[in-house]
Ligand binder design. Structure first.
Ligand SMILES: NC(=O)c1ccc[n+]([C@@H]2O[C@H](COP(=O)([O-])OP(=O)(O)OC[C@H]3O[C@@H](n4cnc5c(N)ncnc54)[C@H](O)[C@@H]3O)[C@@H](O)[C@H]2O)c1
Length: 246
């Protein structure tokens, strides 16, 4: 119960890594304000534990993000951490990327993380400090084909994180960028084909330890919220099964 007494906002909590992280936080004693645009997913999650509250929030809309933070403070009294996990991927080459696709990726992945930080910082200041974990990607640092818009958004997430870390250390606010490699969630269905998703050898050729389960990222997110990581800030925390080592 290393997170007892902490209130954590998790965005993208209805699926994949956000869902696994919300569950892990509950297991370690935290209270969770789960946010997503998927209301049915939030409803299912709310039934899992009395320390979970939910709030429908589109992270690309600043007024909604502001209301999310206010709802978390009103429900639990204080906010100690924000886990900005909501994200969107549409694979396409540079030439195939339409303006609409580019806007959607930047609005959710980059501006959504910026709004999350902007509106949670005053709440963390009121709480005497806290931890922000922004989901980047290995694509915050390295490129692949068919992923330019997404990589641009995730590179930006790393720099938002470092900026927040430098600017708000004075308030005991930490910010770290969690950078996963390929994780087995609904998101990768657009990027990897079924053959790859069922072929362990191919997965190990891509990432030496194979595809990552969302729970394996959630364990690192819990560590980044906990006081065990109290001197970590501004870091790119890579959880990639060896992808960037090659
Ligand atoms: N799966 C991977 O291989 C991988 C690798 C590196 C980084 N990531 C990043 O990890 C994070 C989590 O992704 P995942 O793998 O769990 O995918 P996922 O598709 O399972 O979950 C993403 C969640 O974000 C929510 N969401 C989308 N747009 C939203 C918006 N505007 N406002 C609020 N919620 C919104 C979705 O409804 C969904 O519940 C994302 O930021 C993603 O870019 C994923």
């Amino acid at each position: 119960m290393r997170l007892e007494g902490k209130t954590v906002i998790v965005t993208g909590a209805a699926s994949g890594q956000g869902l696994a992280t919300a569950r892990a936080l509950i297991e370690h004693g935290a209270s969770v304000m789960a946010a997503d645009i998927d209301e049915a997913g939030l409803e299912r999650l709310a039934k899992e534990h009395e320390r979970i509250a939910t709030h429908r929030c589109d992270m690309s809309k600043p007024a909604e993000v502001e209301r999310l933070v206010a709802a978390a403070e009103a429900t639990f009294g204080a906010v100690h951490a924000l886990l900005n996990c909501a994200g969107y991927l549409k694979a396409a080459s540079v030439l195939e990327t339409t303006d609409e696709m580019l806007d959607r990726i930047i609005d959710i992945n980059l501006k959504g993380v910026f709004y999350g930080c902007k509106y949670v910082i005053p709440a963390l200041q009121r709480a005497g400090g806290g931890s922000i974990v922004n989901w980047g990607s290995v694509n915050s640092m390295v490129a692949e084909s068919d992923i330019a818009a997404y990589a641009a958004s995730k590179g930006g997430v790393l720099m938002i994180t470092k900026s927040v870390a430098v600017e708000y250390a004075k308030d005991n606010i930490r910010a770290n960028c969690l950078c996963p490699g390929g994780v087995r969630t609904p998101m990768v269905a657009d990027f990897f084909d079924d053959g790859f998703l069922n072929d362990e050898q191919a997965q190990r050729a891509y990432q030496p330890l194979g595809l990552i389960d969302p729970e394996e990222v959630a364990d690192v997110a819990v560590f980044l919220v906990s006081d065990e990581s109290r001197k970590m800030t501004g870091s790119a925390v890579v959880v990639d099964a060896g992808y960037t080592a090659m």
